[in-house]
Design a protein around this ligand. Structure first.
Ligand SMILES: [Zn+2]
Length: 405
């Protein structure tokens, strides 16, 4: 063959013209399209079914992968791990055994990364480009499932299948060429930094209160759980005040208010009540009752985050105040929203250690296996096991399409 062709290697013999010019034209969904560069004879081959594992990597891991790829600085003491995990993840993704989903939590953190566009491009390309439902929407989804139970006087039925929160196309074969959209979100960076700063200040204040009151795990868990209703009521009152007395010099504030999680939950709950024939003037009363329902604390995201904060409080009282840092809230949100749905989460050492403590270890239920730098070999072992379990037929096609051996 000489010159440019749309078809690419490996070339096999064409059944129509007899030349060794049958190459790969494209891959998409569950089909491999081969075409002859000589006579244009085209063939579509169905590819094996896939059942990819969802492995969530936190921002630290994605930055590390970015640095391996770009020969940047690797975290001290973890250089060998960084290189090996990069190679293994790449291999598992190309073998179509794994995808590395991204979420709004990544997007927020990516925006404050020094080269946000490149990093974003990396996880969209490297990870198989599957996005998860936003963490706030996952919370809302669970809240609504519990609200239905409350309004209908039934047992809560929370479905924690991955299909609830991830695109069903995740089990398709990756296209062999990837065209990424380079979106620039850096305009939001300042806003995100300042919100994170505010949240961090509030947490530090809370940490001081824990120390002052010598808070216990049980005490914080109980106060976190019983604060769910009042916190929602307060957030709702604050939202209501803002929209009732808009600041004429700040029209954006009003716009922002309409996207508040509390307002969105309120709206969804109103719809549920409407469907059930409840009069409009009764909505707020019914919603307040739901917010103060005893079983709010059983909603998976509420339960996991309350336990994590109680465990953080226990550490703080023992003198580990530095456990409260800027990343804590995002780490807790990642685990409390996504751990029930995904196969594995690679998170910060601190949160991974907290999850191994009692009573979190025994009383929290979620699907994901939790990994961290506390035990890097455990994660490598997990990936090797997945790699080794790839069905032969899938392995052969992956080798042919993506050029891995
Ligand atoms: Zn041909």
């Amino acid at each position: 063959m000489s010159g440019f062709t749309w078809e690419r290697e490996p070339f096999t013999r064409c059944s129509k013209c007899g030349h060794t010019t049958m190459g790969i034209l494209s891959v998409g969904g569950h089909l491999l399209t081969k075409r002859c560069a000589n006579c244009r004879n085209t063939m579509q081959i169905p590819l094996p079914e896939l059942d990819k594992k969802a492995i969530y990597l936190d921002q630290f891991m994605f930055s590390m992968i970015y640095n391996v790829k770009n020969e940047g600085n690797l975290p001290k003491g973890h250089e060998a791990f960084a290189k090996e995990v990069y190679a293994l993840l790449r291999r598992c993704v190309l073998l179509q055994q794994v995808f590395l989903p991204h979420s709004d939590i990544h997007h927020d953190e990516t925006t404050v990364f020094h080269s946000p566009i490149d990093l974003r491009g990396l996880y969209e390309f490297f990870g198989g480009d599957v996005s998860l439902m936003d963490s706030r929407d996952v919370e809302l989804l669970q809240d609504i499932q519990f609200a239905k139970a409350f309004f209908d006087d039934k047992e809560p039925d929370v479905s924690l299948g991955l299909d609830e929160i991830a695109d069903s196309r995740r089990n398709e074969w990756l296209p062999d060429m990837h065209v990424g959209v380079r979106a620039d979100y850096s305009q939001f960076a300042d806003h995100i930094r300042s919100v994170r700063g505010e949240v961090h200040d509030a947490l530090k204040h809370l940490a001081d209160t824990w120390i002052e009151k010598k808070a216990t795990f049980e005490g914080v868990l109980e106060s976190e759980s019983s604060a769910i209703g009042p916190t929602k009521e307060q957030a709702f009152a604050k939202w209501f005040e803002e929209v009732s007395n808009p600041d004429p010099s700040d029209p954006m504030a009003l716009f922002e208010s309409s996207g508040r999680p509390i307002f969105r939950e309120y709206q969804e709950l109103c719809h549920l009540l409407e469907d059930r024939g409840v009069e409009e003037d009764q909505h707020l009363v019914a919603i307040m009752k739901f917010w103060n329902w005893e079983r709010q604390r059983e909603i998976p995201h509420q339960k996991i985050s309350s336990y994590l904060f109680a465990a953080v409080a226990r550490r703080v009282v023992m003198g580990e105040k530095k456990i409260v840092d800027r990343g804590l809230v995002n780490d807790v949100r990642t685990i409390s929203t996504y751990a029930p749905y995904l196969d594995a989460l690679f998170v910060d050492k601190r949160c991974a250690a907290l999850l191994k403590e009692d009573p979190l270890r025994t009383e929290l239920e979620y699907k994901a296996r939790i990994f961290s730098l506390n035990d890097p070999d455990e994660f490598l072992g997990y990936l090797r096991e997945i790699e080794g379990g790839t069905p032969d037929e899938t392995r052969e096609y992956a080798a042919m399409i993506y050029g891995i051996d």
